[in-house]
Design a binder for this molecule. Structure first.
Ligand code: PMP
Length: 305
């Protein structure tokens, strides 16, 4: 087990990393019954700050509601526990992973009388898709695997079991020599990457697949849409055909892990002519939130005192 930090918050208090363990009969291990978030901590001129912490915890509670995970904590308590975990581990720049799951109890898929465990890990973390990804872009492919179909396992929830789809897409892409894979919906339209949302720019128009397109509506996606609006660019949320991947001038991913990462090629087609004015502008605005060059007008930064 790779130890990434000293402490993990578990069920109400901080424990040593190595002591935060679970029973092998935990329901979540057998049936995927967990919900979670990924949140970044950035170093800012005013000290470490958690990005859109309240929004992530709000989404966590929505995911939990669907799966009947009843919380022993309020959203405010969870926000505070995240802050405490960051502080306890001395994280200046890194990642927070709150997760709630059904623990060991009666066996059976629909067992409800299982304990709900909540953990928060926080650890230092860098660029997700490899060195140079933010500057040079990444090479991606369309996966042979479709994303989760609507009204099956809901793609709009951030639940552990959903990530079997992401694992299939991501492993296949990497095995074929790409950084990442893009999933199509069951209708053949674009959805998202294994862990990130997709934006395309063509002829000056910025588009992203809508919420109904088998996507998780990312908090970074929302951030990018708002930052682009501030820059005078509207983003159109609309169903997009696969061929839009091969004719666009720019493409980029958004996500907590990938931040805002340009896409350099798709299925071997170079994206545009390599110039990325829109991607560069939104990256500048996004990273500017953390060095202070973009004003935090929405109150997205939760500073760790
Ligand atoms: N789609 C999927 C499947 C994801 O796992 C993520 C990462 N949470 C995203 C999109 C991007 O969401 P966010 O910007 O909230 O991190």
């Amino acid at each position: 087990m790779t130890k990434r930090a000293d402490h993990i918050w578990m069920d109400g208090s901080l424990r040593r990393w190595e002591d935060a363990t679970v029973h092998v009969m935990s329901h979540a291990l057998h049936y995927g019954s967990s919900v979670f978030e990924g949140i970044r901590v950035y170093e800012t001129p005013d000290g470490p700050a958690v990005f859109r912490l309240e929004d992530h915890i709000a989404r966590l509670f929505k995911s939990a509601r669907l799966y009947r995970i009843e919380w022993p904590y309020t959203q405010e308590e969870l926000v505070e526990a995240c802050r405490e975990t960051v502080r306890a581990n001395g994280i200046k720049c890194g990642y927070i992973r709150p997760l709630a799951f059904r623990g060991a109890g009666p066996i059976g898929v629909c067992a409800r009388d299982t304990p709900i465990h909540v953990i928060i890990a926080a650890f230092p973390w860098g660029v997700y898709l490899g060195d140079g990804a933010l500057e040079n872009g990444v090479d991606v492919c369309v996966s042979s695997w479709n994303r989760l179909a609507p009204n099956t396992v809901p793609p709009g929830m951030k639940a552990g079991g959903n990530y079997l789809s992401s694992i299939l897409i991501g492993y296949e892409a990497k095995d074929r020599g790409f950084h990442e894979g893009i999933g199509l919906g069951r209708d053949g339209l674009l959805s998202e990457g294994s862990g990130e949302n997709l934006f395309l720019v063509e002829d000056g128009v910025i588009r992203t697949p809508p919420g109904a397109a088998s996507i998780l509506k990312g908090i970074t996606r929302d951030t990018a849409i708002k930052l682009l609006a501030d820059l005078g660019h509207a983003v159109i949320e609309q169903p997009l055909p696969r061929e839009a991947l091969y004719t666009c001038d720019e493409a980029f991913f958004t996500g907590t892990a990938v931040e805002i990462t340009p896409i350099r090629s798709i299925d071997g087609f170079t994206v545009g002519n390599g110039e990325r004015p829109v991607t560069r502008a939104v990256q500048k605005a996004f990273f500017g939130l953390f060095d202070g060059s973009t004003p935090d007008s929405q109150g997205w930064l939760n500073h760790i005192g």
